[in-house]
Design a protein around this ligand. Structure first.
Ligand code: FES
Length: 107
């Protein structure tokens, strides 16, 4: 089972074991990662599951879809090159060891 580390803006780290096939948004909510809201339930229409990945992680994950890219234009926190929507990231073995930085706000 892939282990993901969520990091808040104050540096607090939380390790979460995410079952393959589960989205990072669902895993974060189920494990009380407060910075992920997921208001639309994963329908890719709220952008409250915005996260940041480093360049190495971005390269090993599926690319941003057109729909995800369009929604990333409306995030509360600034969009960066490593911006992703956690509801669009479905865990598999490639995710093991992933470090996910959380934005300062989702609202
Ligand atoms: S949960 Fe709404 S866009 Fe990800």
């Amino acid at each position: 089972m892939p282990r993901i580390t969520f990091v808040t803006t104050d540096g607090t780290r939380k390790n979460v074991d995410v079952p393959e096939g589960e989205t990072l948004m669902r895993a974060a909510i189920d494990n009380q990662v407060d910075a992920i809201l997921g208001e639309c339930g994963g329908a890719c229409c709220c952008a409250t599951c915005h996260v940041y990945l480093d360049a190495g992680s971005m390269a090993r994950l599926p690319p941003v879809s057109d729909m995800e890219s369009q929604l990333l234009a409306f995030t509360a926190a600034e969009r960066r090159p490593g911006s992703r929507l956690a509801c669009q990231l479905v865990a598999d073995r490639q995710f093991d060891g992933l470090v996910v930085d959380l934005p300062p706000t989702q609202l």
